[in-house]
Design a protein. Structure first.
Length: 231
């Protein structure tokens, strides 16, 4: 039985469309590494789950939903599946679409070790997994969502690949806004707060911009940056 003190075991290594992606097991944890950068593991997940709840709480606070409405959710980044699994556990959400650009990550959930976390959510009829770059997706769709939760990088200032910088730029945020209906909520996960990104959200036209800290088991809190598309 491997322990946390043993070196990580590589379960799969692939060259994806944006570089190398690796799935490792370290003790009881599963880890995703992209281009040598640690992305996430299965150790906690409270901030990824809170990302989804914060978006729904913001919608409720705005009184933006009809009492009978089931808001539609777009999740940017599948990761280890915490956000998707948590959203699918909540019957209040309507359609749940997850956009993931790495086919390997999707495979690890559908047929690999990560299926233990996401199998129930993937079987939910509300769930759709889309293999695409998020910027391309939001610029191509004609429908809109009530909430968009982004968990693609370690934060706006710590991206996995350089081309992801565009997602947090005014042009990228304009695409995110187009994917939201009026009064829709954008929630962006980050490993640390970014006052500069808050300013970019304001400059991109989002309102009610704020940052919520989320305590984690070790280290500094994670955060969720929030903004609302004007009505």
């Amino acid at each position: 039985m491997p322990t946390a003190y043993d070196p990580p075991e590589v379960l799969d290594r692939r060259e994806g469309p944006h570089g190398e992606v690796v799935l490792r097991r370290h003790g009881e944890l599963l880890q995703i590494i992209a281009n040598g950068c640690f992305l996430m593991d299965t150790s906690d997940g409270r901030s990824e789950r809170r990302l989804v709840d914060v978006a729904l709480d913001a919608l409720d606070a705005l009184d933006a939903l009809d009492a009978r409405a089931r808001p539609n959710l777009l999740i940017g980044g599948l990761g280890v599946g915490f956000s998707l699994a948590h959203a699918a556990q909540n019957p209040r959400w309507g359609r749940i679409t997850v956009v993931e650009r790495e086919p390997a990550v999707i495979d690890w959930h559908r047929e690999g070790p990560l299926s233990a976390l996401s199998a129930k959510a993937l079987a939910d009829p509300r769930t759709e997994i889309v293999e695409s770059d998020l910027i391309s997706y939001v610029n191509e769709i004609s429908d809109t969502y009530d909430a968009l939760c982004l968990d693609i990088d370690n934060g706006p200032e710590w991206t996995v690949t350089e081309d992801n910088d565009g997602l947090y730029s005014p042009a990228g945020l304009a695409g995110c806004a187009r994917a939201l209906r009026s009064g829709g909520v954008l929630a962006v996960w980050s490993a640390k707060p970014s006052p500069e990104f808050e300013g970019t959200l304001w400059n991109a036209g989002f309102q009610r911009v704020r940052t919520e800290e989320i305590p984690v088991a070790r280290g500094v809190p994670d955060v969720v940056h929030l903004g609302v598309r004007p009505g």
